[in-house]
Design a protein around this ligand. Structure first.
Ligand code: AOS
Ligand code: ZN
Ligand code: ZN
Length: 388
C-alpha cells in the first residue's frame, strides 16, 4: 500500500506552471473568439495566473512569451508578480510570427534572417537575467512544405549553429528547454520533428540543454510515457508542455481527452522520483481556451494534473514490481489499474483543506467575484498573439 501521508505531502509540494498566453483570447485559424475580461497587458495576465495560484496553491509561476509579453522593465514586472504571490517561469521565444520567417528562422536559407532569429533568442536570455528565470523555452516552427524545397541536412547544420551560440550565452543557472513538434506549420518536414532530434541536439550542446515534451506534438498513438521514461533515464527531460488532443496540436485542457495517458506519464515521473521541484522538471501547461472561460479552465487543468499525479502516487509499487518480477502479467496490470481507478478527489480535497484552501477550487473561483470584476474592469482585451 502507498503511504497516504507521504502521498499527501508530495501532492502539497507539486508545482505546475501556467502560460501567460492561455489567459488571452485565442482561437483557430478560422476564428479568434474574444471573451470579456481578458487581460490587456502582461500585468493582467500575471494577475490571472496569481488568481489560479490562490485557488489551487500549486501554480506559483507563470511562463512569459516574448514579444507577446514585452515590457520596458522586466525587473519591475518580476517585482509586480512577486507582490501578487507568483514568480516568472520559463521565457518562451517567438521566431515564427514575422514575415521574415516564411522560410524558417534559425534554419532559413538567408543568413540575415538566421542572425535576426538568433539575436531574438539571445535577447530572451537577457530578459531571463532580469526576471531570474532559469528556463529558455525554444520552439521552432521551422520546416519545409515540399520535397526538395531546401536541404534537410544543411538546415540541421544551421539549427546546430544557432543553438550553439544560444547555449554559450546561457548563465550558469540557466538552461534550454528544446521543444519538438511533428508538423504544423510545416507540413512536409519539420526541423525538430521528434524527441530524438531534440535529444540529439541537446547532447551535442551540453548538459544544460534538455528536451521539452509537448503532449500534443506527436503522431497519433505515440507512446509518450516511453519517451518520458527514456529521457528521465538519460537525465534529459527538462519540461512538459501539458495539454490534450484528439487529433493534432489541439491545445485542449490537459487530462480532458485522455486522462489515462496523463496518468501513465505521471507514473513514469513518480517512478523516477522526478516530481519534486528539486528534480528540476518544469510541469508547464501550453493550452488555449478558445470557447471556455479561461481562468476556471486553467484551474481545472491544474486539478487534472493533480488527479493524475495522485493516482500515480497511489500505485502500489511493491506489489507492482513483485508482479513484474514474477512475470504475472494480469496481476501487474491489475495493480496499475487499481491506482488509476481510484477516486482521488476526496484525497485532493483533504490536501487542499490542510493547506487552508477551498477543497473545490473551481467553485471557490466562481464564488470569489474575480470573474465579474475582470469583466467590469477590463475593456478591450488582447489576443494572445496567434491562434494555436
Ligand atoms: C507550438 O505549437 C508550441 O506548442 C509552443 O510551445 C507554444 O505553443 C508557443 O510557442 C507559444 O509560446
Ligand atoms: Zn508547446
Ligand atoms: Zn503546440
Amino acid at each position: 500500500m502507498a503511504d497516504l501521508a507521504a502521498v499527501k505531502r508530495t501532492l502539497t509540494e507539486q508545482r505546475i506552471e501556467t502560460p501567460s498566453w492561455a489567459y488571452g483570447n485565442s482561437g483557430t485559424r478560422f476564428k479568434v473568439f474574444t471573451q470579456p475580461g481578458v487581460p490587456r497587458n502582461p500585468e493582467e495576465k500575471i494577475a490571472d495566473a496569481a488568481a489560479v495560484h490562490r485557488f489551487t496553491g500549486v501554480a506559483p509561476t507563470v511562463a512569459l512569451h516574448i514579444p507577446w509579453d514585452k515590457v520596458d522593465d522586466y525587473a519591475a514586472l518580476t517585482r509586480y508578480a512577486a507582490d501578487l504571490g507568483v514568480g516568472i517561469g520559463a521565457i518562451n521565444t517567438n521566431v515564427f510570427q514575422d514575415d521574415d520567417y516564411k522560410l524558417g528562422s534559425v534554419t532559413n536559407p538567408d543568413p540575415g534572417v538566421r542572425r535576426k532569429a538568433t539575436d531574438h533568442l539571445l535577447e530572451a536570455i537577457e530578459i531571463m537575467d532580469q526576471t531570474g528565470s532559469q528556463d529558455l523555452k525554444l520552439w521552432f516552427s521551422d520546416g519545409i512544405n515540399y520535397p526538395g524545397q531546401d536541404d534537410l541536412r544543411t538546415r540541421q547544420d544551421r539549427l546546430a549553429t544557432a543553438l550553439r551560440e544560444t547555449y554559450d550565452r546561457l548563465g550558469p543557472d540557466q538552461r534550454i528547454l528544446l521543444e519538438y513538434k511533428l508538423f504544423e506549420p510545416a507540413f512536409y518536414a519539420t526541423d525538430i520533428p521528434d524527441w530524438g532530434t531534440s535529444y540529439a541536439h541537446c547532447i551535442e550542446l551540453g548538459e544544460r540543454a534538455t528536451v521539452c515534451i509537448d503532449t500534443g506534438h506527436h503522431a497519433p498513438g505515440t507512446n509518450i510515457e516511453f519517451i518520458v521514461a527514456f529521457l528521465l533515464r538519460q537525465g534529459r527531460l527538462g519540461a512538459f508542455d501539458f495539454n490534450s488532443r484528439f487529433y493534432a496540436d489541439d491545445d485542449l485542457m490537459v487530462g480532458a481527452a485522455d486522462p489515462f495517458q496523463l496518468f501513465r506519464i505521471m507514473y513514469e515521473i513518480v517512478r523516477a522520483d522526478a516530481l519534486s521541484p528539486s528534480q528540476n522538471i518544469a510541469f508547464m501547461l501550453d493550452q488555449c481556451h478558445n470557447i471556455e472561460r479561461k481562468i476556471p479552465a486553467i484551474i481545472r487543468s491544474v486539478m487534472n494534473v493533480q488527479e493524475a499525479t495522485a493516482k500515480a502516487l497511489l500505485v502500489d509499487r511493491d506489489a507492482l514490481f513483485a508482479a513484474q518480477r514474477s512475470g504475472d502479467v494480469l496481476e501487474a496490470n491489475a495493480v496499475f489499474m487499481d491506482a488509476y481507478n481510484t477516486d482521488v478527489r476526496p484525497l485532493l480535497a483533504e490536501v487542499r483543506a490542510d493547506a487552508g484552501l477551498d477543497p473545490d477550487p473551481v467553485a471557490a473561483y466562481k464564488r470569489s467575484g474575480y470573474d465579474e470584476k475582470i469583466i467590469a474592469d477590463r475593456v478591450g482585451g488582447n489576443q494572445a498573439g496567434w491562434g494555436a
